[in-house]
Design a protein around this ligand. Structure first.
Ligand code: GDP
Ligand code: MG
Length: 422
């Protein structure tokens, strides 16, 4: 079984939490895109973890974790993250962590470029996480990056870095920054690369063999459908493909097809960073929801923008993710509301629609909000039958509006705090 676990919304839907739960029946967990701009929070019997680069399966014994070719890896960050996880008693070895030889390395100058450009844009900034993700993906498509396998040939690496630094300094100095030095980059690559080399391998060969043996493989996405570089809220997207259909490519088995796509969808909306967020709430109403949901970025600590459940955005998210079923998360967060707002449609230039627009139409879209009855505390519910009637109605409303079956309902951050809809 090849399963993708993907975000339906703007990210932070609780993918890490659901991968941690559902990975029990999987042998292999792969991250297939993105870098350390991700923040996946997992709370289980071993403690509380925030994962940026490592697949969430690292917290399970007997699970092999893959970092695929679609990823961009800041070596220094990864070494630090492995250290923090290991300190909490998690075992990480080349047996349970495998890094693709073709994965791209996110270099210190990518981070520098990201920071300089966001600063230059000032109030027109993209809301980047400033971790170099946009610049390193841009260089990937210009064929001016280096990959994990390049760490193994020092002479070749030195020549390549020297050339790349010469090219990069044309822009670095254009920003008024002093040139970066090839020897500094090479020293950084040696310092952190040497720690990681034992983990680098041909993960494609490993995954092909695993498929032959009928192993269960799960692909863990970062961010959500609306941050996809092509189908998201461009240009306020991430720089990679967050969609389920890219999972086999980014993981390393481009010839395979996924068997199912499980969409992780939040019971309300959140969005980190800039860009159109039609359903956004403001003032006290927003502050109350942000506080109830603890909506502060796991990777950056930034307060997340919040809003009600957004029908056009979520319906679109389910469609582009090809979601076969949905895990609805954070339902418990809405417990405090007597009346729950729902963004049922958008008003685009006076026309009401549930289709998700793009470009200027999305900028001009206004939310059409309706209220449904609140349902009180659901945090202790563990079966469908135990849910209050109004909670069932809310869930069924969402199913109808998005045209997708809800199979799991998460009512707390802990591993066991969920309902499986039979
Ligand atoms: P990800 O990036 O999609 O993995 O999500 P994040 O970890 O960034 O954000 C989700 C947050 O919600 C985390 O702090 C989780 O611990 C928490 N969480 C996940 N599911 C639930 C839930 O059902 N209820 C509550 N109250 N918190 C949840
Ligand atoms: Mg997150």
């Amino acid at each position: 079984m090849l399963t993708a676990i993907v975000g339906i919304n703007w990210g932070d839907e609780g993918k890490g939490r659901m991968v941690d739960l559902l990975s029990e029946s999987y042998d292999i967990i792969c991250r297939y895109q993105g870098g350390n701009n991700a923040g996946h929070t997992v709370i289980n019997d071993k403690g509380k973890f925030i994962l940026n680069l490592l697949p969430s399966g690292i917290l399970r014994d007997n699970t092999v974790n893959i970092m695929g070719n679609g990823m961009v890896i800041d070596l220094e960050h990864l070494v630090g993250e492995m250290g923090r996880i290991t300190e909490k008693g998690i075992r990480i070895t080349p047996d349970n962590l495998k890094i693709s030889n073709k994965a791209i390395i996110c270099l210190p100058y990518h981070k520098l470029m990201d920071e300089m450009e966001e600063d230059r844009l000032a109030d027109k900034k993209y809301g980047s996480t400033r971790r170099g993700i946009g610049p390193v993906y841009a260089d990937k498509y210009m064929k001016k990056d280096i990959r994990m396998e390049d760490l193994f040939d020092e002479a070749r690496l030195k020549e390549r870095i020297t050339d790349l630094v010469e090219w990069k300094n044309i822009t670095v100095t254009g920003y008024g920054h002093e040139p970066v030095k090839a020897e500094d980059i090479l020293a950084w690559l040696k310092q952190y690369g040497d720690v990681l080399k034992p983990y680098v391998t041909d993960v494609s060969a490993y995954l092909e063999a695993a498929c032959e043996q009928g192993k269960n493989i799960m692909f863990e996405a970062q961010l959500g459908a609306l941050r996809d570089i092509e189908f998201g809220i461009y240009p306020y997207t991430s720089s990679s493909t967050t969609l389920a259909s890219y999972a086999p490519i980014g993981a390393g088995i481009p010839g395979k097809k996924i068997d199912q796509s499980i969409g992780i969808m939040k019971a309300y909306s959140t969005c980190v960073g800039e860009g159109p967020f039609t359903c956004e709430m403001f003032g006290d109403e927003a502050e109350a929801l942000r506080a109830a949901g603890g909506e502060y970025g796991a990777a950056t600590g930034r307060p997340r923008r919040v809003g009600p459940f957004d029908v056009p955005a979520s319906k679109y998210g389910c469609k582009v993710q090809g979601a076969n079923c949905i895990a609805l998360t954070k339902l418990d967060v809405l417990s405090y509301l007597d009346k729950i707002p729902v963004c049922v449609a958008y008003d685009v230039d006076g026309v009401k629609t549930t289709e998700f627009p793009s470009g200027g139409a999305l900028d001009r879209a206004k939310p059409v909000v309706e209220y449904v009855d609140g349902f009180g505390d659901v945090s202790k519910c563990r079966t469908w039958e135990e849910l209050p009637e109004n909670a069932k109605k809310y869930i069924q409303y969402i199913e109808n509006a998005t045209n997708c079956k809800i199979k799991y309902i998460s009512v707390g951050a802990g591993r066991e705090e969920y309902i499986e809809v039979k």
